[in-house]
Structures are given as structure tokens and as C-alpha cells.
Design a protein around this ligand. Structure first.
Ligand code: AMP
Length: 403
């Protein structure tokens, strides 16, 4: 029979063990930490109406104009695979009735039709939170801190870059001056960027020529009083929590919905334009843009593919014990079943193989304990250099005591 010739679609990956054992560890950490900060799980659709993203993410963004996987369903509705998690989360919040305060954490695949390269995939995996209904700077700090601590706990050396993108009050004045400046320096921009001066001038700050960005007008000279106070409060709280940051006036993020605080976690081991492990910001106008009643909000999304690429964590071996049977797989199965029932992670070789072959398999799996079964109730447990004989019923508590 011919070998199967299908390949995964361009820009997608099969993430299997041992790589997936690191992913499992990172995702478990995410579940644990997002819960610790009070973010209940949100399970949201992987596709939504195309209009939701056009309105929410922004009609002029690259994500919406070039990168969406959009398709008509069988009854002709235009749907899109989600390119990001925030628009869907805010929709869900509004559909629930927009209760005063809402917190939620998500985790799952996102889809963007991009030119695949290292750190840029067409299907990639994000974890993130959204926090709706609170406009205070304490909410910003909580969210920034969760992302910062999670990235560190996931074994990634990162720096926090921060900006404030103003609000409906001060942003129009800034954008007008920025457009005027960019028009003066039009000849220095690549042709493809000329149309961005009107449509999306902020984007030129982070993706245009550095010399143009360096002397562009700066948001900080335009902030209204409340934006300035908010920003000062965020910086003061970061200082008091001991979270280091770098102010970056060219940080604008690629999605249109951000207002005020915007930030990125830059992975120090990642290179080039794909060096952000995640980013977030406030989106105080988004609920209204989506047709709901006004509600402030903020959140972040972190890219697990990039986190896994530079994480220094050890993969999660999943099992603690490998059962090696001198009498065949039936006895190994029964012993494994008993220990699994007692909460211990166990595997065994279900094929009748020599003891030597079973030991080789156990070695490859990198398990901390071996258990040799020989046809009676007394088994041998081997951990590091130590060997002990004990009844099978005592093994689970012995393992718990030794780990
Ligand atoms: P964004 O939703 O664009 O703010 O992205 C947040 C994070 O998701 C980025 O910092 C990356 O870590 C990750 N990310 C975004 N797009 C991709 C992609 N095409 N491939 C891999 N990771 C991505």
C-alpha cells in the first residue's frame, strides 16, 4: 500500500510528543494561573460572523483585509475562522446581557492567512483573558501582571513594553497631526504604505521606516488629563509591584480596537519581527462599536507556539511509573490499572516483549520510577539508584511520599 501522501496544510503544525508534553505543561500552568487571578473559563466558537471581526478588529487592519479565513456556509452567511479572541469574547459578554463586571479566560487555536515562517503560522494557539466593565488602572495592572507572571512561569525571559494610545477625547487630535507629519515624509515611505496614512497611520509607527517613526509626534504630548492620569497610575503601580517595563511610543498593536494602555511581552530569545510572545490593551469603545451598551474592557493574548519555542521548562513526562512485567502484559495491565485508580500516572508495554525491551521503552519515556512485577503481590520499585521490594498496595503512597 502506498504511504499516505497528505501533508498538513501550509502554515499548520502537528504538535506531538515530546513537544506536546511541553505544551501540556504550559497549558496546565495557564489553567492554574488564570484561575488564581479569578478568570473563569470561556469556551467560545472557533468561527463567528465575518461582520463581527470586520467591525470589532477593524475594517482597515491587515488581519481583516488580508488574513481572514472567510467562507459562506450552506445558507450563504459569511463566516470567518476567528483570527483573535477578543471580538468573540465581547460579543459573548454582550449577549449575556453585559452584566456589570465580567472576567473570562480562553485558550485555543486562531487562524490568519499569513506568509508562514518561524513564529508566524496560519493556525496558531493563543491563551488570553478579557476583563469587562472596569475602567480603573488597577484592572490594567492585574491583567498586565497575570501575563507577565505567566510568561515568566512558562520559562520565557521577556521584557514588557508599554504605551498609551489615548482615547476618543485626545486621539483624533493626535491622529490629525500624525497624518500631517506622515504626509510631509511621504517620499520616505514604501509605496505600499501610502494608503495607510489615511486608513491606519498608527501602523506606520511600528512597521514603517524607523527614521520616520523616531521623529513622529508622540502620543504623550497629546494625552488628555484622564489618559495621562491613567498612564501615570499604571506606571506607579508597576513600579510598586516590582514589574520592570520599557515605555515605547511606537508600540501601537495591529488591531484597531485599543484605547489607552497597550503593551507587549517581548521574548528575549525570539528574533526579528516575530519576537512578541503576546500583547494586550484596553478597548473601552469596543462594546459600543459592536452595537452593545458602552462598557470599558481590556485583555491580552499570548502566543503559545512562540512561548513553547523558547521555554526553558522541562516537558511534562505525564507518567510517574513504567511497569515492567516478567510474566507478560496481562499482569502489567492489572498493576497499572490499580495504580491509575489510585491517582498515579502509569504506562506499560501492552505487547509481550522481553524485559530488556520493556526497560528500553521505559528509559526512552524518561519516567522517574520503574515497577517490576513478577507474578506475586510483592513488586520491586526502582527510583534512581534505589531498589525496594514492597506489596503492590503500598506503591501509590510510597511514590507520593518520594515525589
Ligand atoms: P495579536 O493577536 O496579533 O496581538 O497577537 C498576540 C500574540 O499571538 C503574538 O504576540 C504572538 O505571540 C501570537 N501570534 C499572533 N499571530 C501569530 C501567528 N500568525 N503565528 C504565531 N503566533 C502568532
Amino acid at each position: 500500500m502506498a504511504l499516505m501522501s497528505f501533508q498538513p496544510p501550509k502554515g499548520t503544525d502537528d504538535i506531538l510528543a515530546p513537544e506536546s508534553q511541553l505544551w501540556r505543561r504550559i497549558l496546565k500552568l495557564w489553567e492554574e494561573m488564570s484561575a488564581r487571578y479569578g478568570y473563569p473559563l470561556m469556551l467560545l466558537p472557533v468561527f463567528e460572523s465575518t461582520e463581527l471581526f470586520a467591525r470589532g478588529v477593524g475594517e482597515t487592519t491587515d488581519v481583516v483585509t488580508k488574513q481572514m479565513y472567510s467562507f459562506p456556509d450552506k445558507s450563504g452567511r459569511s463566516l470567518s475562522l476567528r483570527p483573535e479572541g477578543t471580538a468573540g469574547a465581547v460579543r459573548a459578554y454582550l449577549n449575556r446581557g453585559g452584566q456589570a463586571v465580567f472576567k473570562g479566560a480562553y485558550s485555543g487555536p486562531m487562524f490568519r492567512y499569513e506568509q508562514p515562517q518561524a513564529g508566524r503560522r496560519r493556525q496558531f494557539y493563543q491563551v488570553g483573558v478579557e476583563y469587562m466593565g472596569v475602567s480603573s488602572s488597577e484592572a490594567d495592572i492585574e491583567v498586565i501582571e497575570l501575563g507577565w507572571r505567566f510568561v515568566a512561569a512558562a520559562g520565557v525571559d521577556a521584557e514588557l513594553r508599554l504605551n498609551n494610545l489615548g482615547d476618543a477625547e485626545c486621539r483624533p487630535g493626535y491622529l490629525a497631526d500624525l497624518r500631517a507629519y506622515l504626509n510631509e515624509r511621504r517620499t520616505e515611505l514604501p509605496d505600499s504604505m501610502a494608503s495607510m496614512i489615511d486608513a491606519n497611520p498608527l501602523r506606520i509607527l511600528d512597521s514603517g521606516p524607523e527614521a520616520v517613526a523616531a521623529s513622529a509626534p508622540r502620543f504623550e504630548d497629546y494625552w488628555c488629563r484622564p489618559c495621562r492620569d491613567h498612564h501615570d497610575a499604571v506606571l506607579a503601580a508597576l513600579d510598586s509591584l516590582g514589574i520592570p517595563y520599557i515605555s515605547d511610543h511606537t508600540l501601537v498593536r495591529g488591531l484597531d480596537y485599543y484605547t489607552r494602555t497597550a503593551w507587549e511581552y517581548i521574548g528575549l530569545g525570539l528574533k526579528g519581527a516575530q519576537n512578541a510572545v503576546g500583547g494586550g490593551g484596553r478597548y473601552d469603545d469596543l462594546a459600543e462599536t459592536l452595537g452593545g451598551k458602552p462598557a470599558p474592557g481590556l485583555g491580552f493574548a499570548l502566543g503559545v507556539d512562540r512561548i513553547a519555542a523558547v521555554s526553558t521548562l522541562d516537558p511534562d513526562p505525564e507518567i510517574e511509573v513504567f511497569v515492567v512485567s516478567e510474566t507478560g502484559p496481562k499482569e502489567a495491565l492489572h498493576a497499572a490499572s490499580r495504580l491509575r485508580g489510585e491517582g498515579v500516572g502509569v504506562d506499560f508495554d501492552a505487547e509481550a516483549r522481553s524485559v530488556k525491551a520493556q526497560l528500553r521503552t521505559a528509559g526512552r519515556r524518561g519516567v522517574p520510577h520503574l515497577m517490576i512485577v513478577r507474578g506475586d503481590d510483592i513488586v520491586e520499585v526502582r527510583s534512581g539508584g534505589e531498589r525496594r521490594q514492597m506489596p503492590l498496595r503500598e506503591v501509590a503512597s510510597w511514590i507520593r511520599g518520594s515525589s
